[in-house]
Design a protein around this ligand. Structure first.
Ligand code: AMP
Length: 450
């Protein structure tokens, strides 16, 4: 199938060809014709599936169908949860629209508002914004959304997770009633369904496979390690295997900062990227990481959304995420565009339950690699992970509070033979010291169901 056969104009086909795409991804093949016809859409797709081009290309074409000369009003609005995603979506709009006269703008908080106000005085056809700053502009009456024809909510589940629902509702209230609505979400929770019900009219439902199901190129491994020796093991793995462009996930911002500093001290250039950092610092970190000047980027789940580096070779879970689906998001950053990627998880005794949840979700056991010199101390008991559902925003664990009185969550101590890794530096060994995880899928946690 070709892009042209989906009904895209020559200018758009030229732009994607120049970008090096030969054929549409599944979400593109399904979404583009629907959007070109003007229908509403609910897309179940996460980053990495090609969803950005999937909505950007037909959106540009629809705007071109009645292109307005001169100072055009804002006719398309894309809302994203994070600044990084806003920047990347807007970059895609510019890239795919390079042969068209349309103008785009990105808008997010954490930077001076005045240059944005100035830019809004000029022509802006497509606005890509995070909800908070857009609301600031609406309140100051520095933006006019009364001519919006197409609305896109990108990563809607994340926007809800981040508490943007009220902002979104306020924004929806000022848009014209008659418009095309596109909603993308990696998950379909009840909250998303309620939002979709209020927003979409007879939407086409398009769902594409999660990357982990489709992408067998990601080599996943679990490295058992004691809680206090994770940093040491990470340094060892990076140095021993000469890993470059390593994206490391921590659960908390504080943990991200601390780890980046420690890695730096170990002689591994590292930077943390999260919501508390200034936009300039985040942009710089990303740019240096992309050009491989920076060896390690340490990120929380939210900050990492939308980081799009083609062929990112290594993703490391320094701590497993509290929500199994975030694991899938995280490892979806590697093994892109047909290249191989490695996803390594450093797992301590506290995280056995999280690991079991993940293995249930992905319907497979992740091979275990024991690194010589990092044997797990069986005397160390599981402690509760205290930052519960904070999703990377919490205070870190421990705080010296009491140990868990409950039994170790893994049924601890029953070693299971570690699956042999297919490649890699560290030698495999049996006896990872964690309970055996069922590989069958009794249930899938987290709202995929409708
Ligand atoms: P997205 O899911 O929109 O974040 O896109 C993920 C990655 O896939 C980006 O690096 C895109 O540049 C790339 N991509 C998008 N469409 C295609 C395509 N048709 N062929 C190859 N790569 C693509």
């Amino acid at each position: 199938m070709s892009f042209a056969s989906l009904g895209l104009s020559d200018e758009l086909v030229r732009a994607v060809t120049e970008r090096g795409y030969t054929e549409p991804t599944p979400i593109q093949a399904q979404a583009i014709p629907v959007i070109l016809k003007g229908g509403d859409l609910m897309g179940g797709a996460q980053t990495g599936t090609g969803k950005t081009a999937g909505f950007t290309l037909p959106l540009l074409q629809r705007l071109m169908e009645k292109n307005v000369a001169g100072k055009a009003p804002i006719r398309a609005l894309v809302l994203t949860p994070t600044r990084e995603l806003a920047a990347q979506v807007e970059e895609s709009v510019r890239l795919y629209g390079k042969h068209l006269p349309l103008k785009s703008m990105m808008m997010f908080g954490g930077v001076n508002i005045n240059p944005q106000i100035k830019q809004l005085h000029g022509r802006v056809d497509i606005l890509v914004a995070t909800p908070g700053r857009l609301l600031d502009h609406l309140q100051q009456k520095t933006v006019n959304l009364s001519q919006v024809e197409i609305l896109v909510l990108d990563e809607a589940d994340r926007m809800l997770d981040m508490g943007f629902i009220r902002d979104i509702k306020k924004i929806l209230a000022v848009l014209p009633k008659q418009r095309q609505n596109l909603l993308f979400s990696a998950t379909f929770s009840d909250e998303i369904k309620i939002l979709a019900d209020g927003l979409l009219t007879n939407p086409a439902l398009i769902e594409v496979a999660r990357r982990n199901q489709a992408n067998e190129l990601i080599e996943q491994r679990v490295y058992p390690v004691d809680r206090e020796r994770k940093r040491e093991l990470l340094t060892h793995l990076i140095k021993e295997n000469n890993w470059f462009q390593v994206l490391v996930f921590t659960r908390t911002k504080h943990g991200a900062n601390r780890l980046a500093e420690q890695l730096d001290k170990d002689g591994i250039p590292a930077m943390a990227i999260h919501g508390n950092k200034s936009q300039a610092a985040r942009t710089r970190a990303l740019a240096e990481f992309k050009t491989a000047k920076l060896q390690v980027l340490v990120a929380t789940d939210i900050a990492a959304r939308g980081i799009d580096i083609i062929e990112l070779p290594h993703v490391v879970n320094f701590e497993l995420p509290n929500v199994a689906e975030d694991y899938v998001h995280r490892i979806g950053r590697t093994g892109r565009a047909g290249s191989e990627g490695e996803a390594s998880s450093l797992v301590c005794v506290d995280e056995h339950k999280l690991l079991r949840d993940i293995e249930r979700l992905i319907k497979r056991e992740i091979p275990v690699v024991n690194v010589p010199g990092f044997d797990v101390d069986p005397r160390i008991k599981a402690e509760p992970i205290l930052n519960g559902s904070n999703r990377g925003q919490g205070q870190g664990r421990g705080q010296g509070q009491g140990r868990s009185q409950s039994a170790p969550r893994s049924g601890g101590g029953q070693a299971r033979a570690g699956g042999a890794p297919r490649t890699g530096g560290a030698k495999p060994a049996g006896g990872a010291g964690r309970g055996s995880a069922p590989s069958g899928a009794q249930h899938r946690s987290g709202g995929r169901g409708r």
